[in-house]
Structures are given as structure tokens and as C-alpha cells.
Design a protein around this ligand. Structure first.
Ligand SMILES: [Zn+2]
Ligand SMILES: [Zn+2]
Length: 89
């Protein structure tokens, strides 16, 4: 992923974890998360800001390795809202 895109996403999200229930809002370490997982969405634009959110390492871990479906769907919805391609359906 392009570093410029990463920074744009972090900037838009105020460099804070976008999980509304996250306890450490200003994480030392953050990462961009693909709202629509790479394995699920094959569009070329999946690395664009609409599909990315800032998330701390702990929350990221809970989505990918602890099966946090609630958080996963929350971000999926958010991304679909941001992309008119999905919201028109
Ligand atoms: Zn992720
Ligand atoms: Zn978090």
C-alpha cells in the first residue's frame, strides 16, 4: 500500500483507532485495516481511502485473529457508506 494513502487515512481519522469501543483511542502503534478484506473484495480500488480505517494493533488483532465479527461488520458498513458504488444498491 502506498505510504501517501496510509498517511491520508491516518490524517482523516485523526491518528486514532476508529473502533468506537476502543479503550486506547490514541494508540502508539496503528495500522490501516481493509474494511472489505482483500480476500472478499477484489476491486482495484480496495487500497483507496474509502476502504481503509485507522485501527490500533489490539483491535486489529481482535478482528483478524479473535473473530470480532461485530467490529468487522461495523467497518464494512462504514466503507460501503463511503463508497457510492455500494450505497446506490
Ligand atoms: Zn485488517
Ligand atoms: Zn483500538
Amino acid at each position: 500500500m502506498d505510504d501517501k494513502v496510509k498517511e491520508e487515512v491516518f490524517d482523516r481519522d485523526d491518528w486514532t483507532c476508529q473502533n468506537p469501543e476502543c479503550e486506547k483511542k490514541s494508540p502508539l502503534e496503528r495500522t490501516p485495516h481493509h474494511c472489505l478484506f482483500k480476500s472478499k473484495y477484489f476491486g482495484k480500488d480496495r487500497d483507496d481511502p474509502w476502504n481503509l480505517v485507522t485501527i490500533c494493533m489490539d483491535c486489529h488483532y481482535s478482528i483478524h485473529f479473535q473473530g470480532n465479527q461485530k467490529l468487522r461488520y461495523y467497518f464494512e458498513k462504514l466503507a460501503k457508506k463511503r463508497n457510492e458504488k455500494f450505497s446506490n444498491r
